[in-house]
Design a protein around this ligand. Structure first.
Ligand SMILES: Cc1ncc(COP(=O)(O)O)c(C=O)c1O
Length: 419
């Protein structure tokens, strides 16, 4: 069966034919490609067509598909059993390795997804502070837990409503929404909800509604507001962790949050999430403290092995190499867009993350994103797809460059673009 036949079959068996909405190619006027296999920077679909992959599983694969050392680590782990529900050495080694390379982390707890990590971080912040409300920023994505599926309301700063059916009004009331960069709105929230705010949660490098880098002064302001008001600052580094540099955006900026959440790269492409921070806060988690958190498959040995094999290859030299490759890709794609009908497009890039978008050279808050982005993006997406270049299938998703996007791949990209 080819991709389209598989998709038609899937539509009958699975809601929308997919297990995560963005995979559906909604609004892109083509059907999702079913992937048969992958290698390095390439995907091959069930129709036998090969693509240079710039989606890279939405971020975990910083070394590329089927990195040999990660593949070996996974196979070795599987041969010893793939789930124990008991203590094992794999997660201990991964914890020790991370803590040895990120001095501001004292303890870490592994779970199964970024969503779980954020859910736990928020519960931990509430348990630690004894407060209930959380400030979230419009345009940041923190997974699909109820309290983060909230959008800005139409009233005063901070007012919010559910962005998904099934999320109760009661839940929405505890999430206050501010615009990125809006210091006055954050101040107004603290003034209006005096002593009730447990945490400010932010993607320090927002990368889920396009790529919207924030000023250092705004992040410093959030640090100060949290400290001054007895709230915790949570950096959701599910994308930026181990990608911006090994110690993530917190390391890069020098701004220290109270809690960090990780996912994606930390599991090397296996299902993982993690919450990390200073011991004094992390000790609030069960079984030591009273904040409950658990998981049948948490710290799965195969995932822990994939994570460790990935992280151990992330040296300063690796990041330098990925940066050089990303620069070359940016130059090529930008040149091609200017020449071939997408002259109004820009590529915003931050290291190995990029976002192609029309009209404005840079965007730092959701109100600056062009309103008709989706309808304009599909032409770019389809043109690239036909050429064998697989962008993330949504106008608001960022692109990911990996170590596997080496000079040979870049040469192939050039050929694909100009042929
Ligand atoms: C910043 C951020 N937080 C949380 C999540 C949720 O992670 P997961 O999809 O593993 O549940 C994502 C997913 O893309 C993310 O980008």
């Amino acid at each position: 069966m080819n991709s389209n036949e598989l998709y038609q079959k899937s539509l009958k068996l699975v809601p929308g034919g997919v297990h995560s909405p963005v995979r559906s190619f909604k609004g892109l006027h083509t059907t999702p490609r079913f992937i048969k296999n992958s290698d390095g920077a390439y995907l091959t679909d069930e129709d036998g067509k090969e693509y240079i992959d710039f989606c890279m599983s939405f971020g975990p694969l910083i070394l590329g598909h089927r990195n040999p050392k990660v593949e070996t680590a996974i196979i070795d782990a599987v041969k010893r059993g793939w789930s124990y529900g008991a203590c094992e050495k794999y997660s201990l080694e991964l914890a020790e390795y991370i803590i040895s390379r990120i001095p501001f982390i004292e303890q870490i707890r592994f779970m199964n997804s970024g969503t779980e990590a954020v859910m736990t971080a928020l519960r931990l912040a509430r348990g630690y502070t004894g407060k209930s409300k959380v400030i979230k920023f419009d345009g940041c994505y923190h997974g699909h837990l109820d309290s983060m599926l909230i959008k800005a309301g139409s009233g005063l700063a901070g007012t919010a409503e559910a962005s998904s059916r099934g999320v109760t009004e009661e839940t929405a009331k505890d999430t206050l929404i501010c615009e990125l960069g809006d210091e006055a709105a954050v101040k107004a929230c603290f003034a209006a909800h005096h002593n009730q705010i447990a945490a400010i949660v932010i993607e320090p490098l927002p990368a889920n509604n396009g790529l919207m880098p924030q000023s250092e002064s705004f992040l410093k302001f959030l640090r100060k507001m949290a400290t001054d008001n007895g709230a915790l600052l949570i950096f959701d580094e599910v994308i930026s962790g181990f990608r911006v540099q090994f110690d993530g955006y917190a390391g890069f900026s020098g701004i220290r949050p109270d809690i960090l959440t990780y996912g994606k790269i930390i599991g090397g492409g296996m299902p993982v999430g993690a919450v990390a921070g200073p011991k004094a806060i992390m000790q609030e988690l069960a079984p030591v403290g009273g904040v409950y958190q658990a998981g049948t498959l948490s710290a799965n040995p195969v995932a822990m092995s994939a994570g460790l094999a990935t992280l151990m290859q992330l040296t300063p030299q690796t990041y330098k190499q990925i940066e050089t490759q990303s620069q070359k890709i940016q130059t090529l794609m930008t040149e091609w867009m200017k020449e071939f009908g997408f002259a109004d497009y820009y590529m915003t890039r931050s290291g190995s993350l990029f976002w192609n978008h029309p009209d404005m050279a840079s965007v730092s808050k959701i109100s600056e994103i062009p309103k008709n982005l989706g309808t304009r993006f599909y032409q770019l997406f389809q043109t690239m797809l036909e050429k064998g270049i697989y962008l993330a299938p949504n106008a608001y998703e960022v692109g990911f460059v990996s170590l596997a996007h080496n000079n040979d791949v870049i040469e192939d990209l050039k050929n694909k673009l100009w042929n």
